[in-house]
Design a protein around this ligand. Structure first.
Ligand SMILES: CC(=O)SCCNC(=O)CCNC(=O)[C@H](O)C(C)(C)COP(=O)(O)OP(=O)(O)OC[C@H]1O[C@@H](n2cnc3c(N)ncnc32)[C@H](O)[C@@H]1OP(=O)(O)O
Ligand SMILES: CC(C)C(=O)C(=O)O
Ligand SMILES: [Mg+2]
Length: 560
């Protein structure tokens, strides 16, 4: 910010609540969730959703598991009104789902809202009026506190009066002192208590007091203090659900909601991926998955987050950014070497541990949850650029291409691949990594190549093998033969007999290649040159024996 501009801003006054209890509370259960995607989210879109799009979104919200859904502001426009009517008249509202509608505390709008919800089995009628000193002064033209409170009371009385006009609908009242976040606490309580006195809720017929963080002006601890303070000063507390409705102006919508729950709130309003006015509303995906990650059941099902995101992006025309918690493209991806190393070790260890005990708790470095639990694949966890390490390269070759390189081969391959990314100045795709691996470390046939071979296993000496091979050395064909205690050993002796041996085999392993054609084997041979250099080569072939010979030849060639 321009330094000379800073002086025009003021600190936010803290709440005097020395005996606050919320810091010691622990969130151990989920609140009542209410989606406001179709109202607060929709009203903030450059192009609001059409009726068909809202219907699709409503169905999605029901599938996710929301039992309360604010479907719009039916008195605002025909689209909103007609959407509400279609839900009701076409019987699209599941039995256990309650629709909620928003309306200003203005008579003609409240009357129109009742026309909209007539015939619904249950509906939450959400009335609001702004209460902060700023809004009293600016929006309501220097209205007094009494005038503002009276607007709320008049609205509540009108709702109460209209309830008998739609006898088939059970109406629940919700009141929001809008701009609660910068309203004097005693005045918020005064307005809420005045509405509560009109409505007369009981423990069996509760009403909702929604305390919106309409604009975030303060840190989340102050929000929590305000919620705890309200909980102590609202009448008929046992007949109320205290509801949170945070926005994200300071980037702390989730934090403020979590602390607000610790401060005693029972209900949370928010949207998928945080769509909403300005910086958005609370991201319910974020907070619900935060709870899941602590072992708390939420009643919301985000097990297929990518397809939820796809519907959201299509109908709202908004996009989920790459770093968005849980949903963003890159949030489970590691590019950097040390993270990749730890993640690969963590996943490998977990694979081993869960074979013995499937209930072993999640514990993989850098991954707060298992991406697969929300429908994300492991594919994108590790991606390779110049910041990557050998563990990451090995991970991609293993998970994407079924090549389980021996650990001591990782440095040789890893460095070459991330140096290649550095030279190209960009990320390498898994296919580019495979191609580079095949070109540089597998089936290398220059200057030496095996063309054909025959192995004769001794019938008298167990493990003894005669190897007769046709090799090409710098384009010249040669027949070589040797004997050993295994095909590789026999082939090494064949090379020795042809005057080509200056290496000894120091390690070997092989496995069936996962994926791909399904019938190939991969072999890895480590050799030590007479001058002390040690290198690995890889061979791929349908025959495991030939794969081994090719691996040896590759290592031999790499030493030239
Ligand atoms: C924080 C929130 O998200 S609140 C929800 C906001 N959502 C929306 O506004 C979306 C839907 N709204 C609309 O389509 C329109 O605002 C309508 C149809 C509801 C009303 O339209 P209009 O009456 O033409 O305009 P507008 O909303 O500007 O009305 C402003 C008037 O209502 C008054 N007003 C605003 N909110 C309220 C309220 N909650 N209760 C009583 N009066 C209110 C204002 O003081 C102003 O009065 P004035 O004309 O005497 O100055
Ligand atoms: C209508 C109210 C609850 C609102 O959206 C807000 O204050 O942000
Ligand atoms: Mg809002």
């Amino acid at each position: 910010m321009n330094p000379s501009a800073i002086a025009k801003y003021r600190p936010f006054p803290p709440v005097q609540l020395p005996d606050r209890t919320w810091p010691d509370q622990v969130i151990d259960h989920a609140p009542i969730w209410c989606s406001v995607d179709l109202r607060d989210g929709n009203q903030a879109l450059p192009q609001p959703m059409s009726i068909e799009e809202k219907l699709e979104f409503f169905d999605l919200l029901c599938r996710v598991g929301f039992k309360q859904i604010e479907i719009g502001f039916p008195s605002a426009a025909d689209t909103e009104f007609n959407f509400c009517r279609r839900l009701i008249e076409e019987g699209r509202i599941p039995e256990d789902v309650t629709i909620q509608i928003l309306v200003q505390t203005r008579e003609h709008l409240i009357r129109r809202s009742f026309e909209a919800i007539a015939g619904a089995k249950r509906a939450i009628v959400h009335i609001y009026n702004s209460t902060s000193p700023l809004q009293r002064r600016v929006t309501f033209g220097n209205a007094s506190r009494e005038q503002i409170r009276d607007i709320a009371v008049a609205g509540a009385k009108l709702v109460k009066e209209l309830v008998p006009t739609i006898p088939q609908t059970e109406v629940v009242l919700q009141y929001s002192p809008e701009s609660f976040s910068d309203t004097e606490l005693d005045f918020s309580a005064e307005c809420c208590n005045a509405v509560i006195d009109v409505w007369q809720p009981t423990p069996d017929k509760k009403m909702i007091i929604n305390l919106p963080d309409t604009v975030q002006w303060a840190t989340p601890n102050i929000h929590a203090d305000m919620i705890e303070w309200m909980g102590r000063h609202l009448n008929h507390r046992d007949s109320l659900w205290i509801s949170l409705h945070t926005h994200n102006d300071r980037g702390t919508g989730t934090a403020a909601t979590e602390l607000g729950l610790m401060a005693g709130a029972e209900r949370v309003e928010g949207t998928l991926f945080g769509n909403g006015e300005r910086t958005g509303n609370l991201d319910i995906v974020n907070i619900a998955l935060n709870m899941n990650s602590h072992g708390i059941e939420t009643g919301l099902d985000f097990s297929d987050l990518p397809s939820i995101r796809a519907v959201y992006e299509r109908v709202t025309r908004m996009s989920v950014q790459d770093r968005q918690p849980y949903a963003g493209e890159l949030v489970f991806t590691a590019f950097s070497g040390s993270h990749q190393d730890a993640i690969k070790k963590g996943l490998d260890r977990r694979e081993r541990e869960t074979k013995e005990d499937p209930s072993v708790p999640w514990g993989v470095p850098y991954l707060t949850i298992d991406p697969q639990d929300i429908g994300r694949s492991y594919e994108a966890i590790i991606r390779i650029n110049s910041q990557s390490g050998k563990g990451g390269v090995a991970y991609v070759l293993d998970r994407e291409h079924g090549l389980d390189l021996p650990k001591t081969m990782h440095p040789q391959v890893g460095k070459t691949i991330y140096d290649l990314a550095d030279q190209r100045g960009r990320e390498l795709t898994p296919d580019e990594i495979r191609d580079a691996f095949f070109e540089l470390f597998a089936n290398v046939e220059e200057p030496l190549a095996v063309q054909d071979y025959e192995l004769v296993h001794s019938t008298t000496q167990k493990g003894r093998v005669d190897c007769h091979a046709t090799i090409l050395m710098a384009g010249e064909e040669k027949q070589v033969s040797g004997q050993g205690n295994g095909p590789i050993n026999a082939f090494v002796h064949a090379l020795e007999n042809a005057g080509l041996k200056d290496v000894k085999v120091t390690d070997y392993r092989s496995h069936a290649l996962r994926g791909g054609s399904g019938s190939d084997a991969a072999a890895y041979v480590q050799v030590q040159h007479d001058d002390g250099r040690i290198l690995w080569g890889c061979g791929i072939d349908p025959s495991i024996e030939m794969a081994g010979l090719k691996a040896l030849v590759t290592a031999w060639n790499l030493l030239r």
